[in-house]
Design a protein around this ligand. Structure first.
Ligand SMILES: NC(=O)c1ccc[n+]([C@@H]2O[C@H](COP(=O)([O-])OP(=O)(O)OC[C@H]3O[C@@H](n4cnc5c(N)ncnc54)[C@H](OP(=O)(O)O)[C@@H]3O)[C@@H](O)[C@H]2O)c1
Length: 305
């Protein structure tokens, strides 16, 4: 492992916590940003208390760091500002701190495949604009951008219900019947980050990542895989688009009273309705030699979620 001091954001989240464990285990000096965390953890992680809004915390986080891995992000919100404040302004603030540290050589931004389609949702727009602003502010820091598709695995709460229901014999399809989806297991994503750390610095590289299944997954293929795994039928129920959109509008309106950040919003419905979420690992495989190892069929068989 060539990196000496690595700073990580999002280390309390789904992807970041798996990544933190792996980084801590590989012997780098690891600093992690956490809202309510401080001190040194049993695995050696040095927690820096703070958020992406707190410039002093970001200075402490990045001081003397050779690599910054930015895995914090906002995935739910009530309006565009909720997403922009973290995914755009917060990311830019972190890059500024990394560049001004004078020690940071490389920066990895955990973006999303959604950034490919910025008009779909506030989330997608913020991930796209975050990429743009981080790259523009990088100066001599080498930036790489990962755009994973939908990520699942232990600790995930968004996709888990879909897989639980599949294994019970039910598939609730959201979006058009002909949609193509793709998935990525969190262990494969973390392995890609570890290989990126070991590779020579790359400038302004954007990589899409999925589990590599050719043509991705149709809803019918999901039902077929689950049916094989559970040795029984999978019944399909479709939520009509109009109903889904109505629910999303109501959910968003309700969230302004409950003050809770909603997941189902009109923008999320636009993402669900998008017909093609497939992508290619060709660039990242060529650059890092990374190949995903876990297909959804195996994850369902081995309950790796
Ligand atoms: N999960 C997926 O399917 C998926 C797919 C593609 C891309 N991504 C991207 O991967 C990243 C991580 O996603 P995830 O699924 O692990 O999300 P998550 O479980 O919601 O975790 C988000 C992390 O970001 C931190 N965070 C949020 N706002 C922050 C702020 N203002 N200051 C500091 N930290 C903040 C959270 O800290 P707290 O715990 O303190 O709130 C948490 O550690 C995100 O950028 C997301 O866009 C995720």
């Amino acid at each position: 492992m060539s990196a000496r001091v690595v700073s990580l954001t999002g280390a309390t989240g789904f992807i970041g916590s798996v990544l933190r464990q792996q980084l801590a285990a590989c012997g780098v000096e690891l600093r992690a940003l956490g809202r309510d965390k401080s001190g040194t953890a049993a695995d050696g992680t040095q927690w820096i208390r703070g958020t992406l809004e707190d410039e002093q915390a970001l200075v402490k986080l990045t001081h003397g760091a050779h690599v910054v891995i930015h895995c914090a992000g906002r995935v739910r919100g009530r309006d565009a500002r909720d997403f922009d404040s973290v995914n755009v302004q917060g990311s830019k603030r972190l890059m500024d701190a990394a560049r001004l540290s004078g020690s940071c050589e490389r920066f990895l931004l955990m973006s999303s495949l959604a950034a490919r389609h910025p008009t779909l949702s506030w989330y997608a727009a913020s991930k796209s604009e975050g990429e743009r602003q981080v790259t523009a502010a990088a100066g001599a820091v080498a930036v790489s951008i990962f755009r994973p598709t939908a990520v699942y695995g232990p600790g995930d709460r968004e996709l888990r219900p879909l897989f639980d229901w599949l294994l019970r014999g039910w598939l609730v399809t959201l979006g058009p019947g002909h949609s193509l989806l793709s998935f990525l297991h969190v262990y494969d994503l973390v392995e890609a980050v570890m290989q990126w750390l070991d590779a020579p610095a790359m400038h302004a590289q954007t990589f899409e990542l999925c589990d590599g299944r050719p043509q991705g997954y149709s809803w019918a293929s999901l039902a077929g895989i689950a049916s094989d795994v559970r040795h029984g039928p999978v019944r399909q129920a479709t939520v009509p688009a109009a109903l889904l959109k109505g629910l999303a509008r109501a959910n968003l309106a309700l969230s302004h009273f409950t003050r809770r950040a909603p997941m189902l919003t009109p923008g999320k419905v636009n993402e669900l309705m998008h017909p093609d979420w497939t992508c290619s690992n060709a660039r990242i495989s060529a650059a890092l030699g990374w190949e995903p190892r876990i297909l959804l069929r195996q994850a369902l068989q081995d309950r790796l979620f």
